[in-house]
Design a protein around this ligand. Structure first.
Ligand code: ZN
Length: 140
């Protein structure tokens, strides 16, 4: 009898967040955007926090960002990550709009390689056939 492979925790996609996760599976970073005022919104909301419009859609963005802050995770928050510590948890500010933040994990670098304010770019980690996570690496 074999042990089933350990699965990572999964996002609970709903009508608001499904376009984001669908975009990730297609290797596109898709962010909610207000059609009335043009502001991007993340996390997705039913109402624009800038103008209160409910006329909201989703658009692919460039995937370029700046490292806003990060921390080194040395304790796995879930058994799936036990063999992946230490890793870098980060908040990145997307290039499309000031204070448009995305919580992520840094990849292809170590703590010695990173500094707040550095340019980073999205890469997609196909964790399972139906789960792709947006990670960020130092921009090339
Ligand atoms: Zn708006």
């Amino acid at each position: 009898m074999s042990t089933p492979e350990l699965s990572p925790p999964r996002p609970a996609a709903d009508a608001l967040t499904a376009p984001f996760w669908d975009g990730c599976r297609e290797h596109r970073l898709v962010i909610q955007r207000c059609r009335a005022c043009g502001h991007y919104l993340h996390l997705p909301k039913p109402v624009c926090r800038f103008c209160l419009s409910t006329d909201l859609g989703y658009e692919a963005v460039s995937g370029r960002a700046t490292l806003y802050t990060y921390t080194v995770a040395v304790q796995p928050f879930h058994p799936y990550y036990a063999d992946k510590v230490p890793y870098l948890l980060a908040t990145v500010e997307l290039a499309e709009q000031p204070r448009l933040m995305l919580f992520t994990r840094l990849t292809e670098c170590t703590e010695d390689d990173v500094r707040v304010g550095m340019p980073v770019e999205v890469v997609f980690d196909d964790v399972t056939p139906d789960l792709t996570l947006p990670l960020f690496r130092p921009a090339s």
